[in-house]
Write a protein that binds this ligand. Structure first.
Ligand SMILES: *Cc1c(COP(=O)(O)O)cnc(C)c1O
Length: 226
């Protein structure tokens, strides 16, 4: 077995373990393989191991990989920061966007989503750690943004995404994820029907699964160090 195939299997096993300890159904936790900086051949190898959903941060790099892998039925997720001039290519080439944090970007994605494609799945990125430099909407502003985005015709608002600041142990890792779970619950109690919490990376996905993650975004553990 190649390293990618065995890493993929080990990651799936660790996800299942975390789901079992959290008394959750393993099928509720989806693995997004983050392939940024790795070549198309690495993605092809992971696909051989049964992985079809891939996350990319950098548009130009992603477009090249998407073109090189057109022969495979892959599902592409954009997870990086979004500048206005990138929205058209994102709307045309991805199935999901996890990193929407302002209305203007959502409006452009909706307007530019090709009509023959299904609605673009959207997560709102939340800056739950409250760091100045981080992208993401403040928790206090999520409800308004969610209301606005939910009205856009060619988008389907699915839930929330976060990248918390690093924490020392699992107990501390869980705190921001628990906040995210509470935020999602609050939005759903206000009449939304959101089903996605995109949270957890290589170093903290077990903690995220404990707090209800439905998509974990894992790069290093599958493809190796960048
Ligand atoms: C790079 C990246 C990941 C994956 O990080 P790893 O630590 O390699 O698992 C997940 N989410 C986002 C938004 C990223 O930029």
């Amino acid at each position: 077995m190649t390293a990618i195939l065995s890493n993929l299997q080990a990651t799936r096993d660790a996800i299942a373990q975390a789901a079992i300890s959290a008394h959750r159904n393993v099928a509720e936790v989806h693995l997004l393989a983050v392939s940024k900086t790795f070549p198309a051949e690495a993605v092809r190898e992971a696909y051989r191991g049964g992985q079809a959903a891939f996350g990319e941060n950098y548009l130009q790099e992603a477009l090249e990989k998407i073109a090189a892998l057109r022969d495979l039925p892959l599902e592409w997720h954009f997870i990086g920061p979004i500048q206005s001039n990138k929205t058209r290519a994102i709307a045309e080439n991805f199935a999901w966007v996890h990193s929407v944090d302002r209305l203007k970007i959502a409006e452009r994605l909706s307007a530019q989503r090709p009509s023959q494609l299904p609605p673009l799945n959207i997560c709102l990125q939340v800056n739950v750690s409250g760091e100045e430099s981080k992208s993401g909407v403040a928790p206090a502003e999520v409800a308004q943004l969610a209301q606005d985005v939910a009205h856009l015709p060619n988008l389907r608002l699915r839930g929330l995404m976060t990248i918390p600041s690093p924490a020392a142990d699992q107990e501390q890792q869980r705190a921001p994820f628990a906040q995210m779970r509470a935020l999602l619950k609050q939005l759903n109690s206000q009449g939304m029907s959101l089903d996605t919490l995109s949270m957890g990376m290589t170093h903290d996905f077990p903690a995220a699964i404990m707090e209800g993650a439905t998509i974990v975004r894992v790069g290093t553990a599958i493809f190796g160090q960048r």
